[in-house]
Design a protein around this ligand. Sequence first.
Ligand code: GLP
Length: 243
Amino acid sequence: MKVIVVKSNQDLAEKAYEHIVAVMESKKEVTLGLATGGSPVGIYELFRKNKPRSAHVTTINLDEYIGLAPTHEQSYRQFMNKQLFETVEFKETFVPNGTATDLQKACDDYEEIVAKHPIDLQLLGIGQNGHIAFNEPGTSFTSKTHVVQLTSSTINANSRYFEKEEDVPTTAITMGIGTILKAKEILLIASGKNKAEAIKQMLEGDVTEACPASILREHPNVTIILDEEAASLCGSLKDRQTV
Ligand code: GLP
């Protein structure tokens, strides 16, 4: 696992963007696993500004709220359309279907999509409780795409995007941890003090289902890019040069 600590959120976005574009340029056909939330916004801004060659790239998103139509302002499909897909052209883009009548089938279909398009690089954020995608603490490390009940910590953190907390969906479809771990390479980004405890648990705590992100320590090809605040509680990063 490679850990890079940068000074600012802008530096983080630039480093991560360069990393992603290098993977996009490495092969004729590429699949990127993409994430939503505030963390990747700076990266997507660089995509919109630089418009890298991307028509050979398929994208697969991690998760979607259940009950929000793809046109709903806060659905992850809509987030991705606005942040990226309306400006940058990809070969195909996949986001789980949160309004499917048969949710189990939607999960199984998504698992098949991932199997058909093995992910070359998976971009991840991290929740304040150590969740990755919507895999809350306690989720099995071997889980596949499934329906989840969101924790109050996640609902509260994500309520900043909604008018009121009651508007935040309480369930979602998410790629499982086992699904995520199949990616050939993983890039996790985190910034800000509110992520520092989760980063400490991920890097220095036990590898345990209580901290979903901790399993990344056992994946063979992971890069973590942190700003100084997110890295601030990690003793093991104290002497590391910030880049
Ligand atoms: C959400 C998403 C995750 C994301 C996390 C952190 O719950 N499902 O994929 O990593 O929140 O979000 P943010 O980057 O806004 O802090």
